[in-house]
Design a protein around this ligand. Structure first.
Ligand code: GLU
Length: 431
């Protein structure tokens, strides 16, 4: 038997003050927004820190008979508004600072769309590509057992995120249910349809991206049917986002995934590209398209750029090369704080992550509601409600931006922070 522990990931070497530390990136914007809101110093201190951070050891029996120990995190940032909510990611470079940032982003995101949840996030440091399905299942179940005391439908409700999916949610739901001795579907969202999942949940983040893109195009007088769009990331958010934006009539001229990027000035046939990517495991090599580097993809000429993978893809070193006039952030934290300033100076209209990708958690909320009432809506009903929420949130953020003469990102933070702060001060601080 051999025991291997995992390395701490690439953020570890870059230091807490680095441009690439996601928690620093979150705090930078939080401070800007708090200053403009003239936030009470006590409330500021509470909202700046995370409510609870759990680090767990996740031992797993590997297929070859050895044991490996993985590291898992669940961070709850704030629970003033309701149960904590947020995804779980499985990735080799997950760090505690990243999970902290993602948890805080969930707090602001839920508040921006008016969903009655607090913010949380989880992560397991592992590389699912190098694991068998059985190993992923055992890691998931053991991680669930380890965080069992702090999750639950009224406490903290996980969901899919990078490299986790409906199957992983089904295992979490089953493990939790086995422990409490009855089926509790509302403990996670993003479950398979038929197992307490909601119709439209899988597509919700991508559909939300389309809904806010429509509104942004109106504000910037861009005709979407003539627009050129580049999508960075081709997973659940980028893939479905690209499909829906393509169906809207826009030309998707560039797409990338973890293996590389492709470019086609005439526009890519997205339904065919989805088939290709399923068959070949990547968009790379798609016939009729030119190869482009992963780094180059954000610099391609286009009207709209949709970063839909992970953090820090638009940074100080490349922000000036961005050609798009609208950025819709399907990913969490794709733009660094230093890049924000450059984009703002260039006049790029950025629909920030905590608004642009909030379609996922919005339909998670609708799933949780359906689970709790034991009655499920048709997909049209789910999409209709999602549309109402996303359009309203977009215009509330836009009004805030106009009123305070700030960019959409700081406006979204201001809206979210103000709502949570109001909630907290009405409840009072229990002492
Ligand atoms: N992981 C998604 C996000 O970052 C969804 C979270 C949820 O539905 O709870 O927004």
């Amino acid at each position: 038997m051999s025991v291997t522990s995992h390395d701490p990931g690439p953020y570890a070497g870059v230091g807490p003050q680095s441009e690439f530390n996601p928690y620093e990136a979150m705090l930078d914007r939080f401070e800007q927004a708090a200053k403009r809101l003239k936030l009470d110093p006590g409330v500021y201190d509470i909202l700046k820190s995370t409510d609870r951070e759990l680090t767990v050891s996740v031992p797993c029996l590997m297929d070859d008979g050895s044991y490996r120990v993985f590291r898992g995190y669940r961070v709850q940032h704030n629970l003033a508004v309701g149960p904590a909510k947020g995804g779980i990611r499985f990735a080799p470079d997950v760090t505690l600072d990243e999970v902290r940032a993602l948890a805080a982003w969930m707090t602001w995101k839920c508040a921006v769309v008016g969903v009655p949840f607090g913010g949380a996030k989880g992560g397991v440091v592992c590389d699912p590509k190098a694991l068998s399905i059985g190993e992923v299942e055992r890691i998931t179940r053991r991680y669930t057992a380890a965080i069992m005391d702090i999750i639950g439908p009224e406490r903290d409700v996980p969901a899919p995120d990078v490299n986790t999916n409906e199957q992983v949610m089904a295992w979490i739901m089953d493990t939790y249910s086995m422990h409490v001795r009855h089926t509790v579907t509302a403990v996670v969202t993003g479950k398979p349809v038929g197992l307490g999942g909601s119709l439209g949940r899988r597509e919700a983040t991508g559909r939300g991206v389309l809904f806010v893109l429509r509104e942004a195009a109106k504000v910037r007088n861009l005709d979407l049917t003539n627009a050129k769009v580049v999508v960075q990331g081709f997973g659940n958010v980028g893939g479905i986002g690209a499909e829906l934006i393509h169906a809207e009539g826009a030309k998707i001229v560039g797409v990338s995934d973890i293996e590389g990027g492709i470019h086609c000035e005439a526009g890519l046939d997205i339904p065919k590209l989805i088939e290709w990517s399923k068959e070949h495991g990547s968009v790379v090599g798609f016939p009729g398209a030119d190869a482009v580097g992963k780094e180059e993809i954000v610099e391609l000429p286009c009207d709209v750029l949709v970063p839909a993978a992970t953090e820090n893809v638009i940074r100080q070193s490349n922000a000036d090369q961005v050609k798009a006039s609208i950025i819709v952030e399907g990913a969490n934290g794709p733009t660094t704080a230093r890049a924000d300033e450059i984009l703002q100076e260039k006049g790029v209209f950025v629909v920030p992550d905590i608004l642009a990708n909030a379609g996922g958690v919005t339909v998670s909320y609708l799933e949780w509601v359906q689970d709790r009432m034991g009655y499920f809506w048709e997909e049209d009903e789910v999409n209709r409600r999602l549309g109402i929420v996303m359009r309203r949130a977009f215009h509330e953020v836009h009004e805030m931006a106009e009123k305070h003469d700030v960019g959409m990102r700081i406006a979204a933070y201001m809206l979210g922070i103000d709502r949570v702060a109001t909630f907290m001060s009405k409840r009072g601080i229990y002492a």
